[in-house]
Design a protein around this ligand. Sequence first.
Ligand SMILES: Cc1cc2nc3c(=O)[nH]c(=O)nc-3n(C[C@H](O)[C@H](O)[C@H](O)COP(=O)(O)OP(=O)(O)OC[C@H]3O[C@@H](n4cnc5c(N)ncnc54)[C@H](O)[C@@H]3O)c2cc1C
Length: 385
Amino acid sequence: MDYFLTEEQAMIRDLARQISDEKVMPVRAELDEKGEFPWDIVHTLAQSDFFGINISEEYGGMGLGGFEFCLAVEELSRACLGVSTTYAANALGTYPLMLYGSEEQKKKYLPDIASGKRLVAFGLTEANAGSDAAGIQTTATLDGNEYILNGTKQWITNGGEAEIYTIIAMTNKSKGARGASAFVVEKGTPGFSFGKKENKLGIRASITKELVFDNCRIPKENLIGKQGLGFIVAMKTLDKSRTGVGAQGVGVAQGAFEAAAEFAKERQQFGQPVISIQAVQHMLADMATEIEAARALVYSVAKYVDSGVKDVSKESAMAKLFATDMAMKVTVDAVQVMGGSGYMKEYPVEKMMRDAKILQIYEGTNQIQRNVIGQALIKETAKKK
Ligand SMILES: Cc1cc2nc3c(=O)[nH]c(=O)nc-3n(C[C@H](O)[C@H](O)[C@H](O)COP(=O)(O)OP(=O)(O)OC[C@H]3O[C@@H](n4cnc5c(N)ncnc54)[C@H](O)[C@@H]3O)c2cc1C
């Protein structure tokens, strides 16, 4: 379907597709097998200005929006979700600075992020605080002109490879969710180290590590926004980035669909290509329809978020929920269309199926997305009374 992209948007999509075809597809199986961080691809994306797509021109970016970012994410995800997770988590880590950073923080960090010189990671989750993010135990204690950080963050994408970390920590435990604050912490700060590297089912090109803070002292100026605003920073960040997770779902599903359709044209059974069998055609028809429906939702929510509307929690949760549940179903179906071949590592769809699962889990599980949507609906119906 034609979404009538502007010349600039089409250029971003086409360049992302070219990078995916030429640089990502040839190495994705090896990156997956070895669990290797895709530095060469990160450098190519940096050279193409992809890290600055939605950062304003004032800070060295392209000054475009979340919609254009989603176009890039979708194309990278069509080739490899591990690579696109590396890229998208960078934006996740940048949003706290873009949304709540001081002028000094923006000037200090955003130009290096936009140029791809320094990667970013976002640290919220801990061993005992996943969906229940308000349960985080990492503390930040003010001591003169410094905060002292103590605690461990778990499962942080880009951990160890990133130079800049946006971290949520408790500044006042007695205040519960209102006692959290957001900070920027640089790699190399004494007391900040990296723990376990996870060995994962999928997105194996993406690095997932522990962040360990042991009496890590950071300047007071590294507080993002105001003390006590940490959860608002985190939730508004997720509202912004969840549409990107939806775009990942659309991309990986598109990649799986293309591989399955191509295979079905070639594979002969009962003297005919299996694509001629109506049962197979119906599977492909459902897959194509579901992908297009998810793409339409993701694109319209991305544009809605870019319009500057204040509260986008419900819509971004809908885009994430719908597109990622779709991606799981479509990648499983792609394996089915290809039969035993789909299960083999010679073809890309078994990896896509393994990779897709994470989309239903990170940035808030899809159960949590349903909670977010449900709570918004309750508010809306209360307003109408
Ligand atoms: C590969 C990977 C990368 C990640 N990257 C990052 C990152 O960069 N930064 C970061 O901060 N975090 C990251 N995470 C953490 C991720 O966001 C959490 O895993 C996710 O939010 C879910 O938390 P949990 O795994 O602790 O599940 P749990 O919260 O323990 O949930 C277990 C089950 O209970 C359900 N559940 C829990 N509470 C509710 C509820 N109230 N209503 C309905 N169902 C509920 C969940 O849906 C799930 O099915 C990453 C995780 C992974 C696996």
